[in-house]
Ligand binder design. Structure first.
Ligand SMILES: [Zn+2]
Length: 224
């Protein structure tokens, strides 16, 4: 398997943009990867954007983002209130928000939903990400759900026990409003990461999977 090792230079990844339609999506989809990147790149700037919320869920999301980004200096956490489950019908407002975001941040890496996600809010978030950030590396994360839309990701981030356990513990602690959902359990999160760990031969046995539709492999830049 070809393994792309992120370089030791903090120059390689400076700005990360995480996008989630709902309050716990970023954490479920790529929380372990965010923890790992924040540890590997101490100078990393992170923009963490959640597109829909209620006051209760926004408070949970802020607390969770704080935990996931505790190694990041001055993270930018934005929590919007676009109408949950209605994204395709308020698409113009969300598109305008993305246009504003583009003016504020030039990310080296964008983590977002995947295009074939069966939740309409997730799908629109992915489409607008790809419309907006056209010259940036985008990795699309997966969210397990009742509808059953998991596929075969082609990009993997192996996770250390500290990071996959940290992700699950924070999710379970910070989102009490989700505890009555039958799928919001340690087993669900662990099972998916275990499968992705098996597929990527991760040393710890656990990984997060992503879809990359376009990637450019370039020689290292000279330090400037
Ligand atoms: Zn969601």
């Amino acid at each position: 398997m070809f393994e792309l090792v992120l370089g030791p230079s903090p120059r390689d990844l400076r700005t990360l943009l995480c996008l989630g339609a709902h309050c716990d999506d970023i954490e479920i989809g790529c929380g372990g990867t965010v923890l790992q990147l924040a540890e590997h790149y101490p100078e990393l700037r992170v923009h963490w954007v959640v597109l829909s919320s209620s006051p209760e869920r926004a408070a949970e999301a802020r607390r969770s983002a704080e935990r996931f980004l505790q190694r990041v200096r001055n993270p930018e956490v934005v929590i919007k209130e676009f109408r949950n489950s209605f994204f395709p019908f308020v698409g113009a407002q969300i598109k305008e928000f993305f246009e504003d975001l583009k003016r504020q941040v030039t990310p080296d890496l964008v983590l977002t939903h995947t295009r074939h996600d069966l939740h309409q809010d997730h799908r629109l978030t992915c489409e607008l990400t790809r419309n907006t950030f056209r010259d940036n590396l985008i990795l699309e994360y997966e969210i397990p759900k009742y509808d059953g839309d998991l596929g075969a990701p082609n990009t993997f981030v192996p996770l250390s026990p500290e990071h996959y356990n940290g992700k699950i513990e924070t999710l379970l602690e910070c989102f009490p409003s989700q505890r009555d959902k039958h799928w919001f359990t340690r087993e669900t999160f662990l099972a998916l990461m275990r499968l992705r760990g098996m597929e990527s031969n991760a040393a710890s046995g656990y990984a997060e999977g992503f879809y990359s539709h376009k990637a450019v492999l370039a020689p290292a830049r000279a330090a400037d």
